[in-house]
Every structure is written in structure tokens, then in C-alpha cells.
Design a protein around this ligand. Structure first.
Ligand SMILES: NC(=O)c1ccc[n+]([C@@H]2O[C@H](COP(=O)([O-])OP(=O)(O)OC[C@H]3O[C@@H](n4cnc5c(N)ncnc54)[C@H](OP(=O)(O)O)[C@@H]3O)[C@@H](O)[C@H]2O)c1
Length: 241
């Protein structure tokens, strides 16, 4: 029977690339989304056509209430799915504000989506299944002290430590790993020029391809000897932080 992966924020961009790779690898993919429900449905029907033997249910849940979202995602599974083998915490919000300029509301939004939601989805996944594998999507910023997106960066740094803490507590039942991407795509609505400038400053002087990023996540899922690991898929950016 096919294995099942649940990917948060799977309708577009990085989440969509992860969904496409895991579908290609023979997984059922539960496509979580929030505002991009229509895009998730289009992705699901494209994947169903390409991989008719697998299931691609779409589940809409607002992660700004992590407990309600965890119940929605794990208490009742989509039709035909009896278990979830892999959880990928990909959904994120990314807002610029230095420490001195971060309003409480922005701080809370960053924390709740980038840290609280993964925390409680991981907890629900572990308590429900007691086996399988979790991947958290971090950011190469976890290694530096750049405060241009202070609350976002702090949330991702905490998520890195949560990854390692959970890897230790939940071994040998559940493996927990992370991928820390560098410049992949410009933020929604922004143009490519900023991304090009950032990637020129990486050691490899290139953006990170969606394929390489998705492959990193798949490697961590497929390698049963690895837990508590972080792959920096970032064109070497972490080396110069
Ligand atoms: N893009 C990059 O270059 C880059 C670089 C470093 C790290 N990363 C990390 O890689 C991951 C994916 O990046 P991305 O740029 O593809 O992310 P993104 O487009 O900013 O966000 C991914 C998804 O998160 C979901 N999301 C946001 N708020 C939500 C909420 N309240 N409830 C439920 N879902 C919510 C959205 O789903 P809906 O659209 O359905 O609302 C969105 O499509 C993130 O964890 C990010 O931090 C990305």
C-alpha cells in the first residue's frame, strides 16, 4: 500500500514542488492549503491524472489556530487514507521588520504560523501515529543574526531547535529532520531582482532550484539512519553568515 505524506502550504511554490516530487515517488499526498484552495484543487486533479493509483486529497485549514488545525488534519483522515507516514511543515509567513520596529501583531503572526503550528502539528502527528518521519522547512537565516525579518528568523531558529529536541525525544519511533533553504523564490508579489542580488552573494552564486530543495526533503525521508539532521540547501549561504 502507498505511503502518505501530508504537506502544509502545498498548493503553490515550494509546497507544490514537494507535492510533485512525493507524488512522482509513489506517495499519496495530502495537500494542505488555506487561501489557495482552488490552486490546490487544480494541483490535485493534475496529479490524479498523472498518478491514477495514488490519492491527492485537499484539506483546507487555517494554521493561525494550530490546535484546531491539528485536529482537522489528524482526527479524521481523508477518505481512503488510513495513516500518515510523513509530515512536512512547509507553510510559512515571511514579513520584514527589524527588532526595533516589530509590532506585536506581526510578531504573533510570525510565531504562530512558523513555530506554534509546526510544534502542535508535530505533537499531534507523533501522538496519533508513533511512527514515520517529520520534515521541517527552515531557512538558511537560522545561522546568522541578520534582523531584517527578526520575528521570522527567531521563529525559524526555534524551529531548528525544536527539530533536534523532537528527534531525540521521539527516537526510535519518529525521525525528525529539516531542510534549510537559501534563495529559492522571491516572496509572493515581489520581483526577481532581490532574489538575484541575494543569490549573487552566495558562495555558489546561484538560486536554489525547487527540484534540489524537494530532493533534499526526499533524501531525509528515505534515509532511515538519519534523524536530527539539517540539510542546508542554500548555495552555501550558511558558510558566510
Ligand atoms: N521562498 C524562498 O526562497 C525560501 C527561502 C528560505 C526558506 N523558505 C522556506 O520554505 C518554505 C516554503 O517557502 P515559500 O516561499 O513557498 O512559502 P510561502 O509561499 O510564503 O508560503 C507557503 C504557504 O504557507 C501557507 N500559509 C501561510 N499562512 C497560513 C495560514 N494562516 N494557514 C495555513 N497555511 C498558511 C500558504 O498557503 P495558502 O497559499 O493556501 O494560503 C502558502 O501558500 C517556508 O517554510 C519558507 O520559510 C523559502
Amino acid at each position: 500500500m502507498s505511503q502518505t505524506v501530508l504537506i502544509t502550504g502545498a498548493a503553490v511554490r515550494v509546497g507544490k514542488a514537494l507535492a510533485e516530487l512525493f507524488a512522482f515517488r509513489g506517495y499519496n499526498v495530502i495537500l494542505h492549503c488555506n487561501s489557495n484552495f482552488d490552486a490546490a484543487k487544480v494541483l490535485a486533479s493534475g496529479l490524479s491524472e498523472k498518478y491514477p493509483q495514488a490519492l491527492f486529497p485537499v484539506v483546507k485549514a487555517d494554521l493561525s489556530n494550530p490546535i484546531a488545525a491539528a485536529q482537522q488534519l489528524f482526527d479524521t483522515l481523508p477518505e481512503g487514507i488510513s495513516s500518515i507516514d510523513v509530515l512536512i511543515n512547509n507553510a510559512s509567513v515571511f514579513e520584514a521588520a527589524q527588532l526595533s520596529e516589530t509590532p506585536y501583531e506581526l510578531y504573533r503572526r510570525q510565531m504562530v504560523i512558523n513555530l506554534d503550528a509546526p510544534f502542535f502539528l508535530m505533537q499531534a502527528f507523533y501522538n496519533r501515529f508513533k511512527s514515520g518521519c517529520i520534515i521541517n522547512i527552515l531557512d538558511t537565516r537560522v545561522t546568522n543574526h541578520n534582523s531584517s525579518h527578526a520575528a521570522y528568523a527567531i521563529a525559524k531558529k526555534a524551529l531548528m531547535h525544536l527539530t533536534q529536541m523532537a528527534a531525540l525525544e521521539w527516537a526510535p519511533d519518529v525521525r525528525v529532520n529539516a531542510v534549510a533553504p537559501g534563495p529559492v523564490l522571491p516572496p509572493p508579489g515581489a520581483d526577481n531582482s532581490h532574489l538575484q542580488r541575494v543569490s549573487e552573494n552566495t558562495p555558489l552564486k546561484s538560486t536554489v532550484s525547487l527540484d534540489n530543495l524537494a530532493d533534499s526533503a526526499y533524501f531525509l525521508v528515505s534515509n532511515s539512519s538519519v534523524t536530527g539532521q539539517i540539510i542546508f540547501c542554500d548555495s552555501g549561504a550558511h558558510l558566510i553568515s
